[in-house]
Design a protein around this ligand. Structure first.
Ligand code: S3P
Length: 468
């Protein structure tokens, strides 16, 4: 395996053997920093992810006046610097933020941008959000439109649809909003705005997306009610994979939000690359430690099990069972390879539960028997890159029969051959094809691999260690 700063050459390699602790969860890290900044008092966050995206959120909240201090020794990765560290954040309450002196640089991070749109809409000052080329081309109408309906004054490039975004917040009122597409980022933006709005904010998403905002805000004392519509259209009080719509109600809290303590578990989305990497390489045996097993995140596990994969769950701790800091189920995953996999069909209702894992699911499908079909995933076209196009191009270059649809792709399993792969500067595309390269015949070269630092700074070092 040869890495230059921008491209990686990797031959067929394996097995992957050993234990690994991928970095802390990116979604929870963003939220921990933002939410602690609007609590009243001191929150302690253990193992906050310091990847490029979450550093964007840290810097953003500092520029909004939050008191943020690292403590303890950072966990470092050679060549990258700190990967995670403990932080103490002293929030000045819901109205404790102040107008930033300059524009806020959100880098490559859609989560920073969209959640901040919601939070800043609630705050009576002026702010501007901007980012890199990829971020500034991503659609923002999905948050701008409902937030404007709540009373925020927002302007953005291309008829108020793309960053830079200028916000003058304050004076919000609650709305009833049916999201056309499930999105945790949009839902979270509206929930944050709902904390500042008069009246109740009711949000409905067609299928359940990741629920970290609901879990964390509730733990801080916010009134967050959730209901789901089951298959027969009845309202039920519990999440279930067969449920349809997810309805969330949030009200302006009568009192300030409580500070919290949290230890951030391993990011399932980062673990996913090694789960599939181990499944598709002969004689692999990998144990992935302390992974967040939140059911709104782990749809990939269900998909792989349906494909015939056997994945062992070890040392599982339910939320609240360990030290109070554990808000989500956490456990180790043990995966052996190479396993025989069969095709799968993924439809719209399953997509939000595995939205970031579809690139690596495509690699599993390329190694499976039969033609797998993924539909209802048009959202992938507006992620850090057009992930449908990126996966179709890379798999075709590796000799796999692939068909591209507007809202997904079909992948027919076969023998992969080494190829030149374009990551399109997208961290998850780079990591997905790094795993494919292990199981291909002949060497592959993947460009733009420095993008892994967006979510997983030590990715190649971890891969190298498992390959020893
Ligand atoms: C995220 C939500 C997802 C996901 C992104 C992180 C979050 O986006 O793709 O990487 O932290 O809320 P959508 O739910 O908007 O699709």
């Amino acid at each position: 395996m040869k890495i230059t700063s921008e491209q990686m050459t990797i031959g067929p390699r394996g097995p992957l053997k050993g234990e690994i602790s991928p970095p802390p969860d990116k979604s929870i890290s963003h939220r921990a920093v933002m939410f602690a900044s609007i609590a009243r008092g001191k929150s302690r966050i253990e193992d906050l992810l310091l990847a490029a995206d979450t550093v964007s959120t840290l810097n953003a909240m500092k520029s909004l006046g939050a008191k943020i201090e690292g403590y303890g020794r950072p966990k470092t990765v050679a060549g990258f610097g700190a990967m995670h560290q403990n932080y103490e954040i002293t929030g000045g309450g819901l109205h404790g933020l102040s107008e930033p002196a300059s524009f806020i640089n959100c880098g490559n991070s859609g989560t920073t941008t969209r959640l901040l749109c919601g939070l800043l809409s609630g705050n009576p000052f002026f702010s501007v959000l901007s980012g890199d080329e990829s971020l500034n081309s991503r659609p923002m109408k999905r948050v701008i439109e409902p937030l404007t309906r709540m009373g925020a004054r927002i302007m953005a490039r291309e008829s108020d649809s793309r960053p830079p975004i200028a916000i003058r917040g304050g004076g919000l009122r609650g709305i009833d909003y049916d999201m056309p597409v499930s999105s945790a980022q949009v839902k979270s933006a509206l929930m944050l705005a709902g904390l500042y709005a008069d009246g109740e904010t009711v949000i409905s998403e067609p299928c359940t997306s990741r629920n970290h905002t609901e879990v964390m805000l509730r733990s801080m004392g916010a009134e967050v009610e959730e209901e789901w519509e089951n298959e027969t259209g009845d309202r039920v009080g519990e999440f279930n994979y067969t449920n349809k719509a997810h309805i969330i109600k949030i009200r302006k809290p009568a009192e300030e939000l409580d500070p919290f303590e949290i230890k951030i578990p391993t990011d399932f989305s980062s673990a996913a690359f090694f789960i599939v990497g181990a499944l598709i390489t002969k004689n692999s045996e990998v144990r992935i430690k302390n992974v967040s097993l939140n059911r709104t995140r782990t749809g990939l596990l269900g998909a792989l099990q349906l494909m015939g994969a056997k994945i062992d769950f070890l040392n599982v701790r339910e939320p609240g069972s360990g030290p109070q800091k554990e808000q989500e189920a956490i456990g180790d995953l043990f995966v052996k390879g190479a396993q025989e996999l069969k095709k799968i069909n993924i439809d719209r209702s399953m997509v939000p539960l595995m939205i970031d894992e579809i690139p690596i699911l495509c690699i599993a499908a390329a190694c499976a028997r039969g033609r797998s079909v993924i539909r209802g995933a048009a959202e992938l076209r507006v992620k850090e890159s057009d992930r449908i196009k990126a996966m179709a191009a890379g798999l075709a270059a590796m000799g796999i029969a692939v068909e591209e649809f507007e809202d997904g792709l079909a992948v027919t399993g076969g023998e992969m051959r080494g190829a030149k792969i374009d990551s399109f500067g997208d961290h998850r595309i780079a990591m997905a094809f790094s795993m494919a390269a292990l199981a291909a015949r002949g060497q592959s070269t993947i460009n733009g691999v420095e993008a892994v630092g967006i979510s997983y700074p030590g990715f190649f070092r971890a891969l190298k260690r498992l390959l020893k």
